[in-house]
Design a protein around this ligand. Structure first.
Ligand SMILES: *Cc1c(COP(=O)(O)O)cnc(C)c1O
Length: 341
C-alpha cells in the first residue's frame, strides 16, 4: 500500500482546522538502553508525551489544541470539563484555559481522592478553575452533571462549551495523527523502523495514531491498552472517531474493527482509577532503569502490558518498539500510599 498522504500533506490538511497552540513539539523519542537490557529482547524507545510542556504535560495537550479551539471559535467564554478528582484531563484543560484567557469550569467526582487537595487537584486550583464536586459512580454520570452545569451557566448569561464530548473527539485525535508524522520523521532521522507501538488509550489518542499510521503507510502495529472498561464498545467508538477524521479532512479512507488492537486485560483487579500490582511493578522498573516516571492509573498499566507482551513473546526480540508515554505524573503524589505498598 502506498501512502495516502506525505507528512507534509497531512500537516497542510490539518492546518486548515482551528488550533490553539499549547504544547512543545516535537516531543523527544528516547532510546532506552538499560530498559532494553532489562527486558532482554526488543529495542525499546519512549515517545515522551509526558514532556508536551503545559503544566506537567501529557497526551491531552495535543488533543486540547484542537478541541478548545472549537469552543473558542464558537465564542465560548467558559470551557467545561468533567472527570475524576485526580483527572489529568482536568489539569491540562485548566492550564489550557489559563493560557488562552478563557474561564474553566470542572465537574469532578466526589471520589476517594477528592478530600485532599494534592496532585492534579491542587494544580486545577492554582490554574484558577472553578471546581464543582458531584456524586457520580462513573465518568458517564459525570457527563450528565456537565450538562446540568452547562444549563446553569447559560442561565447566568455565560457561553459554555463542553470540551470532551464524543462529537468532538475526532478533532482531538488530529493531534495524534500529527504525532504519528512526528514519529515518522524521528524514526527516519535515526534510520530505524518502528514495528510496534504501545499506548494507553480509551478514546482519542489511539484512533489518532491509527489514522496517521494508515495515511502515512507506516505499517506500525499499534497496540492500545485501555485503562477503563466503558459501558459501550470501544472499537465502535474508535471507528466513529476514525470515520469523522476522514470526513473532516475529506479523505476517502475506511477503517474496520480489524484495524484496532486494544487490550482490556491490564485495567487491574480494582478497576479504573486504582493502582494495579503489575502497574506499580512496571512503574518501579522504568524509574529504576531509565529515571523516567509513569503514572499509576494510566501509563503504568499500559507499560505493564508492554512488559507482559515481551515476556509472552507476543512482541518479538527483533522488534523496535515505541512506548508512547501519555503523561499523568502529578497523580504520583496523590497515590503515594498505594505506590509505597
Ligand atoms: C487521558 C489519559 C489517557 C487516555 O487517553 P485517551 O484520550 O483515552 O486516548 C492515557 N494516559 C494518560 C496519562 C491520560 O491522562
Amino acid at each position: 500500500m502506498a501512502p495516502l498522504l506525505s507528512c507534509a500533506e497531512l500537516r497542510v490538511s490539518v492546518s486548515r482546522l482551528p488550533r490553539a497552540p499549547l504544547g512543545h513539539f516535537p516531543t523527544p523519542l528516547d532510546f532506552c538502553s538499560r530498559l532494553t537490557d532489562a527486558l532482554g529482547g526488543p529495542r525499546i524507545f519512549i515517545k515522551r508525551d509526558d514532556c508536551t510542556g503545559l503544566a506537567f504535560g501529557g497526551n491531552k495537550v495535543r488533543q486540547l489544541e484542537f478541541t478548545i479551539a472549537q469552543g473558542i471559535r464558537q465564542g465560548a467564554d467558559i470551557l467545561v470539563g468533567g472527570a475524576t478528582s485526580q483527572s489529568n484531563h482536568a489539569r491540562q484543560l485548566a492550564a489550557a484555559c489559563a493560557r488562552h484567557g478563557v474561564d474553566c469550569a470542572l465537574v469532578l467526582m466526589r471520589d476517594e481522592k477528592h478530600t485532599t487537595i494534592h496532585g492534579n487537584l491542587l494544580i486545577d486550583e492554582l490554574m484558577g478553575a472553578r471546581i464543582e464536586f458531584v456524586d457520580a459512580d462513573s465518568l458517564e454520570e459525570v457527563d450528565d452533571a456537565q450538562q446540568d452545569l452547562v444549563h446553569n451557566l447559560r442561565s447566568e448569561g455565560r457561553r459554555p462549551f463542553v470540551v470532551t464530548q464524543p462529537s468532538t473527539r475526532h478533532f482531538g485525535a488530529m493531534g495524534y495523527a500529527l504525532c504519528m508524522a512526528e514519529l515518522h520523521d524521528q524514526a527516519a532521522r535515526l534510520g530505524e523502523r518502528i514495528d510496534t507501538l504501545v499506548v494507553c488509550s480509551a478514546s482519542t489518542t489511539q484512533p489518532g495514531l491509527i489514522f496517521g499510521n494508515r495515511l502515512l503507510d507506516m505499517g506500525v502495529r499499534i497496540i492500545g491498552v485501555t485503562p477503563i472498561h466503558w459501558s459501550y464498545d470501544l472499537k465502535d467508538a474508535f471507528q466513529d472517531v476514525l470515520q469523522r477524521m476522514a470526513e473532516t479532512i475529506e479523505l476517502d479512507v475506511a477503517f474496520s474493527a480489524d484495524d484496532i488492537i486494544n487490550l482490556g486485560s491490564y485495567v487491574g483487579p480494582e478497576g479504573f482509577g486504582s493502582c494495579s500490582p503489575e502497574g506499580n511493578e512496571a512503574l518501579n522498573l522504568l524509574a529504576r532503569t531509565e529515571g523516567i516516571l509513569l503514572d499509576p492509573i494510566y501509563s503504568a498499566k499500559s507499560f505493564a502490558g508492554l512488559v507482559d507482551l515481551v515476556e509472552k513473546g507476543e512482541i518479538g526480540p527483533d522488534e523496535n518498539v515505541v512506548f508512547l508515554h501519555t503523561g499523568g505524573t502529578p497523580t504520583l503524589f496523590a497515590y503515594a500510599d498505594e505506590l509505597r505498598g
